[in-house]
Ligand binder design. Structure first.
Ligand SMILES: *[C@@H]1O[C@H](CO)[C@@H](O)[C@H](O)[C@H]1NC(C)=O
Ligand SMILES: *[C@@H]1O[C@H](CO)[C@@H](O)[C@H](O)[C@H]1NC(C)=O
Ligand SMILES: *[C@@H]1O[C@H](CO)[C@@H](O)[C@H](O)[C@H]1NC(C)=O
Ligand SMILES: *[C@@H]1O[C@H](CO)[C@@H](O)[C@H](O)[C@H]1NC(C)=O
Ligand SMILES: *[C@@H]1O[C@H](CO)[C@@H](O)[C@H](O)[C@H]1NC(C)=O
Ligand SMILES: *[C@@H]1O[C@H](CO)[C@@H](O)[C@H](O)[C@H]1NC(C)=O
Length: 599
């Protein structure tokens, strides 16, 4: 056991069992290795997009689409190569590129477009990367407009643009087209820089059959009639705020907006609308009220409205995907999921409008922090809004005990690789819960507010969240100046193990010795370097009455980590276990947490 540091925080004694010196150096919590399931080629950063203008023309009947894209590109470095994403099922034609003269004010003066010669275009084998080689390199600071046409097929799997159907109560079969771009399916629909870190404004127009409605990230600007035989019209949408390709989305359907039975102050927040088939409209008034409650709660928690003038929430029958598509300003739910009771699912998706769409993880290894935070804040909201009725007292124990089980195995995650991301995310959520309790909910909330306020329309790394919490905790004096949340969180998140705390009381000396070691359940315990694994552990204690940790009477038990504030089990000396057992047998414990964990 190393030295113990003890802080008095909000009346609770908090001891961080301090880890070795090298852990104190600030370092990045790097989880890229645990995200092997996103084996994506990262694009170079020497040519980056600043703007997209996209026109998409789906053909519902034939199950195909055509389109064209113009993008403005900016040269960060001298190069003749442009690399961007395009799925191999997406055909690309008519690639044209022209230089934008930044000095000339008027486009009209520049005469006919002066296209730059292209030497060749290429697809990187086995990667969804498309490369354009110019004949001559362009200098750093150059700007160009790149134009491409594309064609592709519409599938029924929920990746990219897909087609689905459902049957109305009348027996009529209805079709719809919808998109699912997360994590990197935008490249199936149009060529683009398909990484969350590239956030640019999109100006989009989409064709649809006349008797359908298209919902997109932003509101409709105007509808253009076509002078042709087809039954199609073109909707032009307002330009989006800067956003990542994975939050791009639209749906073309005959679903209807539910009538709203009350007036809403449209200047105060985005206009929220729910869309569903008319058959179920009657039951949705209540859900609409729920959505407004959640929105107001989140706006207060984050201390800011989302910068959009509308938010459409769509319930789609017969959608295959499990997870809703949380496009910015357009959340698409599977109808059966949307109709589920409770607040958690809805809250989580609404949170992604702030965390994810507006403030976006820079890369998918940071997305687990985002997911954990969204899940933690959704739980927090559920507890605040309906006193946790929805969880029935089970949060977070169900998750917690499965983590104890997994991490204490001889080989954690040995069977399912995808599970590692899931458990890392759960563990991160429990670390957030630990911080919410130990730093206090106000420090935690104000830290999140600061984190959001500093990163509007931009991206973040996992560390930025921990930094924001550190700054807030230092300002609120809920964390000593020498310690950072980054190192505390890092000690938990980077290891595939959890600690067990051993509490040994010396009843003669009236002292307590607390030590930590790796929690291992299965033998043999041949985990390499296990002596070097150390965690920053908050020691929160409880005893039947209010005693200071070092002064409680010998006949009283102590409980360390009540309600499992930190995700770790605790073992005591035998006498303390017996004192506890006596207490449990004699006292009424109806409202006490009796989930004591004995290893
Ligand atoms: C690119 O920039 C030029 C000049 O600023 C502008 O006229 C054009 O519309 C832009 N194109 C895109 C795709 O944003
Ligand atoms: C919409 O238009 C298509 C094509 O003209 C037609 O087949 C379909 O019956 C129309 N649907 C409705 C609901 O009007
Ligand atoms: C709507 O379209 C008009 C005409 O193209 C354009 O001038 C205007 O900027 C657009 N409005 C928005 C909000 O995008
Ligand atoms: C609507 O909200 C705005 C901004 O919060 C406020 O100034 C205005 O008074 C509100 N209007 C009504 C009718 O409540
Ligand atoms: C609107 O409908 C909801 C749910 O049925 C109800 O609780 C609420 O009182 C209604 N509001 C008005 C203004 O009628
Ligand atoms: C966060 O902490 C507060 C008390 O500090 C508590 O009321 C709230 O339930 C905690 N949130 C979660 C999700 O545990």
């Amino acid at each position: 056991m190393k030295s113990l540091v003890s802080f008095l925080i909000l009346g609770t004694t908090l001891i961080f069992a301090q880890a070795s010196i090298d852990l104190r150096q600030r370092r990045s919590i790097d989880l890229s290795a645990s995200h092997a399931l996103i084996p994506d080629a990262r694009l170079p950063k020497d040519v980056i997009p600043t703007n997209y203008i996209i026109n998409i023309r789906p053909n519902m009947e034939e199950g195909s689409f055509t389109g064209n894209i113009k993008m403005n590109l900016s040269w960060n470095d001298d190069t003749r190569k442009i690399s961007l994403h395009a799925h191999f099922e997406l055909n690309i034609e008519d690639v044209k590129i022209r230089k934008i003269d930044t000095k000339k004010q008027s486009e009209a003066d520049s005469g006919p477009p002066n296209y730059l010669p292209i030497q060749r275009t290429d697809r990187v084998p086995k990667k969804t990367v498309y490369e354009i080689y110019l004949k001559d390199a362009l200098k750093q600071g150059s700007q160009c407009e790149l134009e491409m046409s594309f064609t592709g097929r519409i599938w029924e799997t929920t990746e990219g643009l897909f087609k689905g159907n459902y049957i109305e109560n009348s027996g009529e079969k209805k079709y719809y087209l919808a998109t699912y771009m997360r994590p990197h399916n935008a490249r199936r629909l149009f060529p683009c820089f398909d990484e969350p870190g590239f956030k640019v404004p999109y100006t989009v127009s989409i064709s649809r059959p006349r008797n359908y409605t298209t919902l997109f990230n932003t509101p409709l600007n105007y509808t253009e009639e076509l002078n042709d035989e087809s039954n199609y019209v073109v909707d032009h949408f307002e330009t989006t705020p800067p956003m990542s390709s994975f939050t791009f989305g639209f749906i073309i359907s005959q679903l209807q907006e539910i009538p709203i039975n009350r007036t809403i102050n449209e200047t105060a927040k985005p206009l929220i609308k729910i869309w569903a088939r008319t058959d179920i409209h009657d039951g949705l008034q209540e859900i609409f009220e729920k959505v407004l409650t959640i929105y107001d709660y989140l706006e207060e928690y984050f201390d800011t409205a989302i910068p959009l003038c509308k938010l459409d929430i769509v319930a789609v029958p017969g959608l295959l995907s499990m997870r809703p598509a949380d496009n910015w300003g357009l959340i698409v739910f599977k109808e059966s999921e949307f109709l589920k009771k409770g607040y958690f699912g809805l809250t989580q998706e609404l949170i992604y409008q702030w965390l994810g769409s507006w403030v976006t993880p820079y890369w998918w290894s940071d997305a687990h922090v985002n997911k954990a935070l969204a899940s933690f804040l959704a739980s927090n909201a559920v507890i605040d809004i309906d006193q946790g009725t929805e969880f029935n007292g089970k949060y977070p124990m169900t998750v917690l005990y499965s983590l104890y089980y997994e991490f204490s195995k001889r080989y954690p995650h040995s069977r399912i690789t995808g599970m590692k991301q899931e458990t890392t995310s759960f563990k991160t959520e429990l670390v957030m819960r630990m911080l919410n309790y130990t730093l206090g909910k106000d420090t935690f909330k104000n830290g999140i507010r600061k984190f959001i306020a500093d990163r509007h329309f931009s991206t973040f790394f996992g560390d930025d969240l921990w930094d924001a919490l550190t700054k807030q905790a230092h300002a609120d004096k809920t964390l000593c100046q020498e310690t950072t949340i980054n190192e505390i969180a890092g000690s938990w998140i980077t290891k595939d193990r959890l600690p067990v705390i051993c509490v040994r009381r010396n009843y003669q000396e009236k002292s307590v010795k607390i030590s930590q070691k790796v929690y291992l359940r299965e033998r043999p315990h041949d985990v390499p370097e296990q002596d070097k694994m150390l965690w920053w552990i908050p020691i929160v204690h409880d005893c039947p009455e209010q005693f200071e940790l070092r002064k409680f009477p010998l006949h009283q038990f102590i409980i360390i980590n009540p309600e499992e504030i930190g995700p770790f089990p605790v073992n005591y000396d035998e006498k303390n276990w017996n004192l506890l057992a006596d207490y449990l047998q004699t006292e009424k414990l109806a409202d006490k947490d009796t989930d004591l964990y004995k290893s």
